[in-house]
Design a protein around this ligand. Sequence first.
Ligand SMILES: NC(=O)c1ccc[n+]([C@@H]2O[C@H](COP(=O)([O-])OP(=O)(O)OC[C@H]3O[C@@H](n4cnc5c(N)ncnc54)[C@H](O)[C@@H]3O)[C@@H](O)[C@H]2O)c1
Length: 346
Amino acid sequence: MRTINVGVIGTGGIASNQHMPALQKQPDIKIMAVCDTNEESAKRAAERFSVPHIFTDYKKLLEMDEIEAVHICTPNFMHAQPAIDALNAGKHVIVEKPLARSAVEGAPMVDAARKNKKKFMVAQNVRFGSDIQALKRYIDAGDLGDIYFGRVWALRRRGVPSWGVFTDKEKQGGGPLIDIGVHVLDLTLYLMGHPKPISASGQAFTKLGNTPGHVGAYGPWNWQNYTVEDYAAGFVRLDNGASLIIESSFAANIAEDVMRSSLLGTKGGAETHPVRIFGEEKEMVYDLTPKYLPNVSSYEVEIRGFYDAILNDTEPPVTGEQALNVMKILDAIYKSSEEGKEVLID
Ligand SMILES: NC(=O)c1ccc[n+]([C@@H]2O[C@H](COP(=O)([O-])OP(=O)(O)OC[C@H]3O[C@@H](n4cnc5c(N)ncnc54)[C@H](O)[C@@H]3O)[C@@H](O)[C@H]2O)c1
């Protein structure tokens, strides 16, 4: 068994809570170096995960020849450049979702992977839950028939992040649509078999996030510097004749939080979170609920999938092209909102 040495850039929440614990469980992977511009954060991570090398400049980490793969766990504005630099330095790259702040910013990442013949994956963990995989097997067997419509909900009633840069449009590229909508949009396209988007129409609102006096489920946020949308909705046409709707919010006057993909097929339908399948057979409509699914971490399965692609020289389970299509949809919804009309996607 050969060991793959890896580096982690950004040692904040997602790196310390998911990536590094998952990496530590892999017998053939060693975390060789961590990097964070916040040296204290890098030191804490190095101590907790027994990492020998600590950097505050990611370019120094990329100079380590023994590092084969890099995890990019920085905020959205710091995805593209470190990814491109890592790929050009000959490393395989897994980058946190979303790909980047826009498709224009993300496309050179996908090009750099192709040019350098390195594995490149966006960490869309939600796909890898055992319930989702069970539903995917059902879909792949044709049991939903033709899926002609998808519904994407990533809705929080009062879930404005009160930490990090999640409410800063310049650093994030957008609000709930790009931060949490991206999870369920990727999931829905995956379940629908990755049809390509051809147009989108949508509207983004900033009504609650930038005004005082609201309850915050994650504590008070800085409403004076809130520059992203707090609710967005979109309608997307796909090249196989199907379409989907998406709704995403950090704050909206709704009954409850919903994270769900919902599919309408000619033979059956399905919902996620929790997974339920709606069928019709023998003059009866029925609901099917999976039981006794393996209790696995979607993050661990995702990360193992990336390393298996490196070891077996296969395509990673989330491809750059798939991530670009997701970004193009998000971009088109924001653009449509600004222009007040449907936007074509090339
Ligand atoms: N898949 C998921 O479920 C999930 C959950 C949370 C966050 N994320 C994604 O992970 C990314 C990071 O989010 P987070 O919640 O961990 O944020 P965070 O703020 O907790 O951590 C980000 C870290 O990056 C560091 N950093 C910033 N610029 C840097 C640079 N140039 N070089 C090195 N380090 C730098 C910061 O100091 C910070 O420690 C975001 O893109 C977010 O969308 C994904």
